[in-house]
Design a protein around this ligand. Structure first.
Ligand SMILES: Nc1ncnc2c1ncn2[C@@H]1O[C@H](COP(=O)(O)OP(=O)(O)OP(=O)(O)O)[C@@H](O)[C@H]1O
Ligand SMILES: [Mg+2]
Ligand SMILES: [Zn+2]
Length: 651
């Protein structure tokens, strides 16, 4: 075959020739002339062989779905958001480019406990990395900053709260940053389930570092959160990997009471044989209690893990669990995000998580080796919902309080530091308020420890600003309840749970159904319905005299009970339905049926009585109290036949 030299001296090579010598269109070619013969080869700047690098430096045979696309996007300089399921291998998407890029890869991550692990495993691969977190001593910190400033590390992990530290800013001032990776990027979204106000600083840091290419990574971003990430960083390129985890089997079991729940949990963990498992609880006390009970029931050590343990204790539990010395741990959600143990065979929630995002993240710890694993949720519905609602309410800021603080600030001259006099219980809402002010550029604060003590207005605070802030805080509150409502829909599904999760995260439907997809698709694999009668052997602490509600009743889609004559309850239910619709929430977010029944029975006449019934906290009392009393008053029968609730009694 012969080739013709063009008028401009160029030489075109047919595709199969290019292929034969390992070149692709767009490659840069180096040529050599030796003894009158021309030889061609790929130039030094030709695209690197990513597969070879993956094999040689990371020891992996092949890329997982989407990894190559993300890495290529990063290398080509595109700002990218990658949405990939838990355990898909997101870390590699910044680790591998870090080796090829000229400059530092800075990784923002909220997972302090796990940064050290990553640093260690990178060191084993000969990649110099450091972690800059509050866990470092003064000396370690100084050393880390020195290494950073001298350009002697390839990858630096940084906890979000460090971004505001002047030392960090100084150390990075002269450093050439090639890539800014934002792990767990959903933390930036105030509508997301794991909002970290310090994530808001990333945009500023990005600019200060000269706007290097950016890679945002997350597993749990529903479309709305995705949009917020993209908007915040001005990302044009979004890659979404198939979200499904086909090896996870999703199940929900409803227990009538805590005794049944404990026995069912023990049965499932025993049935699991030798596989490692995580039992998730809501509170620290529950984690302790479950560890104790399971140690006893399974006759093996079950360790508790929660934020109340000392750091070294926590680390020891984690280490022993990762090493397989402890098979089962009972943990709050302080444990989990980013934990990369491949062989966890079951994640068992004995609680209702606060959102589908949290649930997906937590249950996603299971089956990272790709082998079948169980994502189980075992609930005593009414109790769990009550606890969640209580916690959600407790977090609710009090509007009057916020207004007063804003007034205080408006009365403070611009530029003069102001100090909020707050009690410990008011800290959370004060922090919320301050982060709103800072985000809007309206105020500056002292360093982290003194944020609430030195708030300085940068410009006068208008009434409009104050209203905007309150509105945002209220929208955030609403978003929390909405997320919880979605979680509750998951519990109450009649269709496939996997399909629900995929839809929630805006992912395409699953291609093939697994052998045990979920308890809705394959009930037999999940033992059918929980065997209430057989299991109910332990005494249980419930409200005395009140029968355990049927599981379907608690969730609120129960057929209305036949309680003709109980017009107060009926009116209350009707009021609740309307209220829920107008607020766009589910019925039980207003009040549970059990509580409405209690009100219909007690017929409170004023707010004081209603308060003493303890069926709702102050925030809800403030919002709904008067309306409820009005309904009761309207329906209350004549004194002669008072208290119809008693007459008819609970069914
Ligand atoms: N191409 C690959 N081949 C085999 N194993 C891989 C590959 N890429 C990553 N892994 C391994 O997969 C595991 C999960 O990776 P990684 O922790 O990065 O997941 P992740 O997507 O960040 O998950 P999470 O959302 O839970 O944090 C790790 O043990 C990692 O070493
Ligand atoms: Mg990760
Ligand atoms: Zn299914």
């Amino acid at each position: 075959m012969s080739l013709k030299v063009g008028q401009d001296g160029s030489l075109r090579l047919p595709a199969r020739v290019l292929e034969a010598v390992g070149l692709r269109p767009g490659d840069e070619v180096e040529w050599k002339l030796r003894d009158g013969r021309l030889s061609l080869g790929r130039s030094q700047t030709a695209p690197p062989d990513l597969s070879a690098l993956l094999r040689e430096r990371f020891g992996f045979a092949a890329f997982r779905p989407m990894q190559r696309q993300v890495i290529e996007a990063v290398l080509s300089g595109q700002d990218t958001l990658a949405v990939m399921p838990t355990s898909a291998g997101k870390s590699l998407c910044y680790q591998l480019p870090a080796l090829l890029l000229d400059g530092l890869t800075l990784v923002v991550s909220p997972l302090i406990a796990l940064m050290q692990d990553q640093v260690r495993s990178l060191a084993e691969k000969g990649i110099r990395a450091i972690a800059i977190t509050s866990a470092l001593s003064e000396q370690e910190l100084a050393r880390a900053y020195r290494l950073l400033a001298q350009g002697r590390v390839k990858i630096a992990f940084v906890a979000p709260e460090r971004l505001r530290s002047p030392e960090f800013q100084r150390a990075t001032a002269g450093v050439r940053v090639a890539l800014l990776a934002v792990d767990e990027a959903h933390c930036i979204s105030q509508w997301g389930h794991d909002f970290r106000p310090d994530y808001r600083l990333i945009g500023e840091v990005h600019e200060r570092l000269g706007s290097p290419r950016l890679l945002a990574l997350t597993a749990t971003a529903p479309p709305r959160v995705r949009e917020e990430i993209v908007g915040t960083f001005g990302i044009a390129h979004v890659l979404v990997a198939p979200w499904d985890r086909p090896n996870l089997r999703y199940g929900v079991l409803k227990a009538a009471d805590d005794g049944e729940r404990r026995l069912t949990a023990a049965r499932w963990l025993r049935r699991l044989g030798t596989g490692p498992a995580i039992v998730y609880t809501t509170t620290r006390a529950q984690a302790e209690g479950w560890a104790e009970w399971l140690s006893h029931a399974l006759r093996e050590e079950v360790a508790a893990y929660h934020a109340g343990l000392a750091p070294d204790q926590r680390e020891a539990v984690l280490r022993r669990f990762l090493a397989g010395e402890v098979r089962v741990i009972a943990a709050t959600t302080a444990f989990g995000m980013g934990v990369d143990k491949p062989d966890i065979r079951m994640v068992l929630h004995v609680t209702v998580p606060e959102s589908v995002e949290a649930y997906a993240q937590e249950s996603g710890r299971a089956g990272r080796d790709g082998r079948p694993a169980w994502a189980m949720l075992l609930t005593v519905l009414e109790d769990d919902l009550d606890l969640r609602l209580f916690l959600l309410e407790r977090e609710q800021p009090d509007e009057g309080w916020l207004r007063r603080r804003l007034e205080e600030l408006r009365a403070t001259p611009v530029g003069t530091p102001h100090r909020f006099a707050i009690s410990e219980g008011e800290r959370a809402q004060a922090t919320l308020l301050v982060s709103q002010l800072v985000e809007r550029g309206l105020a500056a604060t002292g360093p982290r420890e003194r944020r609430l003590e030195a708030i300085t207005l940068k410009s006068p605070l208008s009434q409009g600003d104050a209203d905007d802030i309150l509105q945002d805080i209220d929208r955030r509150r609403q978003a929390k309840f909405d997320r919880f409502a979605a979680m509750r829909r998951y519990l109450d599904l009649t269709g496939c749970r996997r399909a629900f999760l995929l839809h929630y995260f805006g992912a395409p439907p699953a291609r093939a159904k697994a052998d045990a997809c979920c308890d809705r698709c394959h009930p037999a694999a999940f033992g059918g319905r929980p065997a209430t009668a057989v299991l109910k052997t332990r005494p249980v602490a419930r409200t005395p005299g009140r029968p355990a509600p049927a599981a379907h009743e608690a969730i609120g889609h129960a057929p209305p009970q036949d309680r003709a004559g109980d017009s107060v309850l009926e009116s209350l239910l009707a009021w609740r339905g309307e209220r829920a619709r107008s607020s766009g929430v589910a019925d039980e977010e207003i009040l549970t049926r059990r509580h409405l029944e209690a009100i219909a029975e007690a017929l409170p006449t004023d707010l004081g009585e209603l308060r003493r019934m303890k069926v709702m906290g102050e925030p809800r009392l403030a919002v709904f109290g008067k309306e409820i009393l009005a309904v009761v008053r309207r329906e209350q029968p004549r004194p002669a036949d008072a208290r119809p609730g008693r007459r008819h009694g609970p069914t």
